[in-house]
Design a protein around this ligand. Sequence first.
Ligand SMILES: C[S@@+](CC[C@H](N)C(=O)[O-])C[C@H]1O[C@@H](n2cnc3c(N)ncnc32)[C@H](O)[C@@H]1O
Length: 286
Amino acid sequence: MNPSEAFDWDAMATMLERRAELRTPFLTAALDWLGGLAPAGAGRVLDVGSGPGVVTCLLAHRFPGARVTAVDGAPAQLERVRDRAAGQGLAERVDTHRADLPAGFATLDPADVVWAGQVVHHLGDQQAALAALARTLRPGGVLAIVEGGLTQRFLPRDFGLGRPGFQARLEAAEEDWFASMRTALPGSAAVVEDWPALLSGAGLVPTGSRTFLTDLPAPLGGAARQVLRDHLARRREHMAEQLAPEDRKTLDHLLDDDSPAGILRRPDAFYLEAQTVHTARAALPS
Ligand SMILES: C[S@@+](CC[C@H](N)C(=O)[O-])C[C@H]1O[C@@H](n2cnc3c(N)ncnc32)[C@H](O)[C@@H]1O
């Protein structure tokens, strides 16, 4: 499949919601840090590329005096945001705004805090996207982007199926797929992904990068197993051709829900992932 056709964001709402819920400890820690960087009394917060709104609602809890707007291009994701906010008693302070980026950047209201989690890399010109995000900040406002880190590991190097090192080879296939995905984006521009430098290039003052772990040891509960199953099923759908036949067989075995060696049932599965949050501030007028 052409990588540009791989994202039916509306259809991915459940998957993204499960994954973000699993990451709640990381997100809560990151938002605590962000709270210390944000201007006192922040009244307007944007969650750009919000997905189903797990972070939107966490932002609303972290900034109790703020109106929080979830911005996304996918209507089904925004519907989830509204349901989630209502379920948490946040409907008065959380709203949604549909915008196709990058054109939709021009429709965003100025904010004191802007969070953009794993969305900048879905836009062709990442430097231009950061410049547009920077323009949405009020003076002294803070931008946080989640980019980079380490893809999750979830099994020992040798887990008794196929050749050891399966996850490293899966990641290599993913890197190639990711590169093709980026090349196929409208307005795709290659850039050195030095995020603090890109934030400076967008006219902001970097205020630090921190990496947060999601570290769930074996034996995993059902929610984490389901997130891993989603992860593997997506790779089976989009990257199978890049894998050697033996690794495809391993992937199929992990996706066999009836097998004790499948990811839903095996005892050795864990979840270890690192995500990096880069922050920067808009200058105050001198
Ligand atoms: C990888 S998901 C991240 C969701 C959420 N921020 C999180 O970290 O869980 C990317 C989100 O950005 C949205 N998105 C991707 N490209 C977009 C575009 N060009 N315009 C608007 N939204 C876009 C998708 O609909 C999706 O909800």
